[in-house]
Design a binder for this molecule. Structure first.
Ligand code: PLP
Length: 393
């Protein structure tokens, strides 16, 4: 069980303090930038006639998931049953676990969630093995007492990531037949997520990877159709490639998640010209606590931000005054000047880091501090609980 954490709060105007009051290190969301990202993606999905089901493993917050649904998302994705439990407890009633679940106790928890949301929404799950379907069918038989279509099932196919997923074509058809044979389960779609394409830097490389994935999906849909199965929904895509999936005419549901916060790593991708521009909305606020002749030291190390996708970048103090962050261990970062202006930040200076990877960074914090009006002059508007922090099972 996670330790109880204070719930989200909207601060009354009289309680709102300036950004200067935020103690460091702290994970801060620029709410204005986040709202623009939210709207840009919702508009994109509407314009292209595709459903949007953002991946909530990124922010792990029921409040932000509800916000995405208010803006038009059909529901959200998660990767873990415990994440689904945290979001349903926070009022999010349509959740797809974009993952395989094999342990019977976890499947029982998922079935309990499906019963809980019932008429208000849907719970879904991916499968990629006959054994996985048999286990799911056993739990459905014991949990749904004959009620048909109680849990949504998606066949995951491997479209090039080579992680989970059955082979496209006949193997997917065989699995679909197994799902259809179980009345408690509703066969809804295919999951086709090409995770390996998301961080390919060049537009051309991403286009090639998604073209291969699209062929695999088309082959599978044709095989299903020949077997009299379908039409099925096709869900997948992430922030690096969603424009291509949307344009393919093959995918009809997008799972992108990071667009809401945009980390430093995604900013390295060459952008598709037609893709909406997303802004950095997630920052670690940090303070300079020591200065030497060579560098300044700040109080945010890798207990404050994940470094699996590279070290954070530093928001420039002013145009042309760039700093480079170097690893200083768990609790510290080393800041060195880059470019022509060699001036180090002073002791006590507040700085803003842009994390390399937003998902594991959020998972290090209990709360996100929501700031309105910009990082220099704004105020704290709300404290957003990371409801599914540490929800790993
Ligand atoms: C299955 C699945 N779908 C969608 C996403 C969303 O990707 P992103 O947060 O990069 O937009 C992920 C991320 O890892 C994923 O694993």
């Amino acid at each position: 069980m996670n330790a109880p954490v204070e719930p989200s709060v909207d601060l009354a105007p009289a309680q709102r303090q300036g950004v200067d009051s935020i103690d460091t290190p702290a994970l801060v969301v620029d709410l204005d930038a986040m709202d623009r990202n939210l709207q840009r993606m919702a508009d994109f999905a509407r314009k292209h006639g595709v459903r949007l089901r953002p991946h909530a493993k990124m922010h792990k917050s029921a409040e932000l998931a509800r916000l995405q649904m208010q803006a038009g998302a059909v529901g959200v994705c998660v990767q873990k049953v415990a994440e689904a439990e945290a979001l349903v407890a926070g009022g999010v009633m349509d959740v797809l676990v974009t993952n395989e679940v094999i342990a019977l106790p976890k499947l029982r928890r998922l079935a309990a969630l499906a019963r809980q949301v019932q008429a208000k929404g849907r719970i879904g799950l991916c499968v990629d093995s006959a054994e996985g379907v048999r286990r799911l069918a056993a739990i459905a038989a014991e949990s749904f007492s004959g009620t048909p279509d109680s849990l949504d099932v998606y066949i995951e196919i491997d479209v090039g990531q080579h992680r989970c997923g059955v082979q496209p074509g006949p193997a997917a058809v065989a699995l679909a037949r197994e799902v259809l044979a179980c009345s408690g389960l509703r066969l809804v779609g295919l999951q086709a997520y090409q995770g390996g394409a998301q961080h390919l830097r060049s537009v051309q490389a991403r286009r090639e990877a998604i073209a291969v994935a699209a062929d695999a999906v088309r082959f599978t849909l044709t095989s299903l159709q020949q077997a009299g199965i379908g039409p099925l929904r096709v869900t997948g895509a992430g922030t690096g490639s969603f424009l291509l999936e949307a344009a393919s005419g093959v995918w009809n549901e997008l799972q992108a998640g990071s667009y809401l916060f945009m980390d430093a790593d995604y900013a390295e991708n060459e952008r598709e010209p037609a893709q909406p521009a997303f802004e950095h909305a997630l920052f670690v606020k940090t303070q300079v606590v020591s200065v030497t002749a060579q560098h300044a030291v700040c109080d945010a190390g890798h207990k404050s931000h994940a470094i699996d996708s590279g070290l954070p970048s530093v928001l420039p103090l002013e145009p042309g005054r760039d700093l480079v962050y170097a690893n200083g261990g768990d609790e510290h970062g080393l800041l060195r000047p880059a470019g022509s202006n060699r001036q180090l930040p002073a002791l006590g200076q507040m700085l803003w880091l842009i994390p390399g990877h937003c998902d594991p960074t959020v998972n290090l914090h209990n709360h996100l501090i929501g700031v309105r009006g910009g990082l220099r002059q704004g105020h704290v508007e709300r404290i957003i609980r990371v409801d599914a922090r540490g929800a790993l099972t």
